[in-house]
Design a protein around this ligand. Structure first.
Ligand SMILES: [Zn+2]
Length: 347
């Protein structure tokens, strides 16, 4: 069996099978890019943080496999063409400052384009990135008051384990509160004596930084709504205002046309019916979801609900990513994937 696997990987069959399964390539979804030592101490935010080393490896790996890196500006034309190329688009959501500090230099040195979807309220500082505000609070304190959420007055947060548990406990309460999540977060900040939001330092870009990112010929800026809501909880008027106002704000601040949109959250269950019509009417040429599949023939009819594969910062594993991007994970069970991985010497 091992010999067979060796010959499979040596002959490049993994990649050949991948090129058949992957059909037209994929759009990758990332958030933050950080040097490994700067990543979050807590698992949930860490999953949003791809290391600089991994991003470099990922680009080299898929370039070597023959993927052609394209911007979202070229995606619609590509999908509508009969090109046999396999493409990859790198996208980054929300507007984190490290996109400018770390992702851009990596993309520039590899000569690959990137698309950054901006939540305008995060740049305007009118929206609280509570998932990082909560981390700042817990890292600073030994005890977190919870304003009696779930009948607990507070949580001890001295050791790493206690801090992780406190983060997870409050994170779940905020998530569970649905549309009122922001109010729950505010209650927690107040209960801990803060008059505003815990400081996250330079987590998000400023408008000057978004402009400087947008100045790079490799960067395409798209919109990611104003307040990053789950659109499924919004009525049509709210959705329209989220997607129209964010586009207008970006166009005003960057003095250029904004043609692309990413839905916040964006899984199948988060996408309201009729969203394609709203995105078209708002003037977007493409919109991406986080429905995790590869691009395929027929996607030229789905410009406003394109799929994207998430790149996990908590499982930086090129082999797993290649299996997912190639579509081989559908064919190979976990055990067989592990054998191939060991034989092929992936790290
Ligand atoms: Zn987002």
């Amino acid at each position: 069996m091992i010999d067979k696997l060796k010959s499979v990987t040596k002959s490049g069959l993994l990649s050949a099978a991948g090129s058949f399964m992957a059909k037209r390539g994929c759009i990758l979804c990332m958030h933050r890019v950080l040097p490994i030592g700067k990543k979050s101490p807590f698992p949930l935010p860490r999953d949003l943080e791809v290391s600089t080393a991994y991003l470099e490896k990922l680009i080299k790996h898929f370039q070597a496999l023959g993927y052609c890196f394209i911007t979202m500006d070229d995606m619609a034309d590509f999908l509508n063409s009969s090109s046999k190329d396999r493409v990859m688009a790198l996208t980054f959501d929300d507007g984190y400052r490290d996109n400018l500090d770390f992702a851009l230099p990596i993309c520039e040195s590899a000569g690959v384009p990137m698309t950054v979807y901006i939540t305008t309220g995060l740049i305007d500082r009118s929206v609280d990135p509570w998932w990082y505000s909560l981390q700042s609070l817990i890292l600073e304190r030994d005890y977190i008051f919870t304003d009696d959420l779930g009948e607990r007055e507070g949580l001890k947060a001295i050791t790493q384990k206690e801090k992780e548990e406190a983060y997870l406990w409050i994170y779940k309460k905020i998530r569970k509160a649905g549309k009122e999540g922001g109010e729950v977060a505010e209650r927690v900040w107040k209960a801990n004596g803060l008059s505003g939001v815990p400081s996250c330092g330079d987590l998000m870009m400023t408008w000057n930084e978004v402009r400087s990112l947008n100045d790079s010929p490799l960067v395409t800026v798209g919109a990611h709504t104003v307040s990053h809501p789950r659109l499924i909880w919004c009525d049509n008027r709210e959705i329209e205002s989220e997607i129209i106002d964010s586009k207008a704000r970006l166009e005003e601040k960057l003095d250029c046309k904004v043609r692309h949109l990413a839905y916040p959250h964006g899984s199948e269950k988060d996408i309201p019916e009729g969203i394609s019509n709203l995105a078209t009417e708002a003037g977007y040429e493409t919109a991406v979801t986080t429905i995790p599949r590869n691009l395929r023939n027929g996607d030229e009819r789905l410009y406003w609900t394109l799929p994207r594969k998430n790149v996990s910062g908590d499982n930086e594993n090129l082999f797993d990513l290649e299996c997912s991007v190639s579509g081989l994970n559908v064919l190979l069970n976990r055990r067989l994937r592990q054998r191939i991985k060991a034989v092929a010497g992936f790290q």
